[in-house]
Design a protein around this ligand. Structure first.
Ligand SMILES: [Zn+2]
Length: 351
């Protein structure tokens, strides 16, 4: 059995292998609090039943690991042993299996999506490590709907929502509103498999000061583009904390006392339009402004677009890693949520 991290988005340290138990630790890197993302590859474990044991709790979700053979299609292994371990029986023909904390969404998947939809990718800027950060600009119009994900590198769930949203926009665009989308704001973090959340000195979603410079190239460029355009809508797609309570839902972080009625109106449209195929969303799970960790004064993308760029509506949508109410996270369910989200934007825009 060989365990490696030789792929985009990988994150693991093997402490030791003792018989059929593998002892693992995920890499926190420059994140300033404990966090839970990991992803690794297993080769040549054919026919074996192996227990993967992490050194800490809050590492494994209810349905075990997300499993893939190609880093594009993901399914759950079934169930956890507990929140620090899962056990997997490898089939005789399973030469290579990828396991991850959640259903990873890679830049290659976004490339495939753009190819399928005939969308041309552009370069937003270069990262600190010299990589080109991709973005897209589609549709026609003087105003802009600005869409972002992966301000926190490990939070893949939002990318699936983005796919469904963009697909629907292409079918039925908003009048006079074009889309600018940066799907991987912390692109180095995504490729390197960083946690990205709560980075030192602060992460990408705390890099939108009302006055003063941004420290990351991508956030700096996003602000420039926003300044050059009239921003009507801005939505930022995230995943919440690992699990339990509010984290087992899909919810809007309501980030304005003044716009509370508008945000709630959008939420009601979204809830009313949720299909059986979609991950569930319920308005009652939304975060009220300035409760718990959500602050209307934090220098986040959503707050910046709302308060400094004058967006009509701008907020963060948090999409669970594992389950939303009674719905189990799947790639299809999250993409469908994006389609429903876009239909709610359409409804809201027709007000
Ligand atoms: Zn986040």
């Amino acid at each position: 059995m060989i365990i490696t991290r030789n792929f985009s988005g990988a994150n693991i340290t093997v402490q030791k292998i003792n018989g059929d138990t593998v002892y693992l630790e995920n890499q926190i890197r420059d994140t300033t609090e404990d966090w839970f993302y990991w992803a690794f590859r297993v080769d040549r474990a054919n026919g074996r039943t192996v227990k993967f044991q992490f050194n800490k709790k809050v590492r494994v979700g209810y349905y075990g690991a997300a499993k893939s053979y190609d880093l594009k299609t993901w399914e759950w292994t079934g169930k956890w042993d507990d929140e620090s371990s899962f056990t997997y029986t490898f089939g005789e023909n399973e030469d290579t299996v990828y396991f991850a904390h959640c259903m990873v969404y890679s830049p290659e998947m976004f490339d495939d999506f753009c190819g399928r939809c005939g969308i041309e990718k552009k370069v937003l800027c270069k990262t600190k490590k010299g990589r080109d950060v991709p973005y897209i600009e589609i549709g026609e119009g003087e105003e802009v709907m600005f869409l972002t994900a992966r301000h926190h590198a490990c939070e893949s769930t939002g990318n699936y929502v983005l796919e469904g949203l963009i697909e629907q926009y292409l079918k039925n665009p908003l009048p006079n509103i074009r889309v600018i989308c940066v799907p991987f704001v912390d692109f180095d973090g995504v490729v390197d498999g960083d946690q990205g959340k709560a980075r030192a000195p602060f992460d990408h979603n705390r890099d939108y000061p009302r006055d003063g410079e941004s420290i990351y190239a991508s956030t700096r460029r996003i602000r420039e583009i926003a300044n050059e355009n009239k921003i009507r809508y801005a939505f930022d797609f995230h995943a919440p904390w690992h699990f339990t309570g509010e984290n087992d839902t899909v919810f809007i972080v309501r980030n304005s006392h003044e716009k509370l009625a508008e945000i709630e109106k959008f939420g009601r449209l979204l809830e009313a339009g949720i299909t059986p195929e979609s991950l569930p969303y319920k308005v009652e799970n939304d975060h009220a402004p300035d409760t718990t960790w959500s602050k209307t004064t934090s220098p986040t993308f959503a707050n910046y677009m709302l308060n400094s760029m004058g967006a009509d509506l701008s907020f963060t949508l948090e999409t669970t890693y594992f389950k939303a109410n009674d719905g189990v996270f799947s790639q299809k369910g999250a993409i469908e949520l994006g389609r429903c989200f876009y239909k709610a934007i359409k409804g809201y825009n027709n007000k």
